[in-house]
Design a binder for this molecule. Sequence first.
Ligand code: BTN
Length: 334
Amino acid sequence: MDRKIISVKAEILRELRNTKGYISGQEISDKLGVSRTAVWKVIQQLEAEGYDIEAVTNKGYHLISYPEILSSGELMSRMTTLWAGRRVYYHKETESTNEDAKYLAEEGMEHGSLVVADMQTGGKGRRGRTWVSPAGESISMSLLLRPDFLPDKAPMLTLLMAISVAEVITGLHRDLDVKIKWPNDVLVNSKKVCGILTEMSAEPDYIHHVIVGVGINANQTLFPEELQDMATSLRIEKGEKVDRTALIIGIMEYFEYYYGIFAEHLDVSDFVDIYDSYLINKGKEVRILDPKGEYTGVAEGINDSGALIVKLSDGTIKTVSTGEVSVRGIYGYV
Ligand code: BTN
């Protein structure tokens, strides 16, 4: 489907959503500058996709309900941001949205472009692991950024994304106990619901682009036995299906806002308190798997650069930078 058709569909959906009562085909056609036949065709398409649209003679159309589907139209008609996710590239199925975003970056696509997929066949996790993104259940998305700061600041973008995800899940689902495992796994009830993979193309003093890839276990009902102690989905924890589009839009809103604050100081000083309030490791014993030598200490929180502050038993303070090491709780996954 070409971009023009997608955006007309998104705009018609937006009109239907923003109208409390009925909106006539003529009104939509005047507002959007498209023919009434085009409007009618889009309405037919929407109905075929599961939107329940009431059509009343002399009154017009009224959106009664919409399905829990991911689509460009859904995302673009509900997106309220200025730049983050304003342009969405949606795939029903793709290998990896991070790879798609890389390709788009090389094609010159703008800062804030977002690739979303309903399913990935070759999703990538951190440290060369794979990430499973089943159709109709997961969220796989990659945000393309073109920052004008130095490459050493980029890892902090991952923390901003982790806070954004944690904030949105908390805001939409107040009953869930949301935490972050440093640096960037988002957990619900101590099990992982979200992983973030940030990849950068840069020279020593210049960033070409950064891709922040986010995978969320949204509506899975079952995990393989070997993962059941570590991974869960929002649906399992909440006991009901969640709206993936609302989550994606919320995350883009938060990330855009936080990115604006971050860009002023180029550190996470404004986010330390909020991050620490989510930090599951805070005040707990952690084992630092440093290639130069493992050690144990108590995690105290993060510093202005996003490094984890760890106090050793002899009172020595160590700061652990992202990417350098892996952190394990003493008992189990966290
Ligand atoms: C992790 O290992 O915790 C990070 C997982 C990141 C998965 C996401 S899904 C969207 C994007 N595309 C990928 O191939 N990976 C990231």
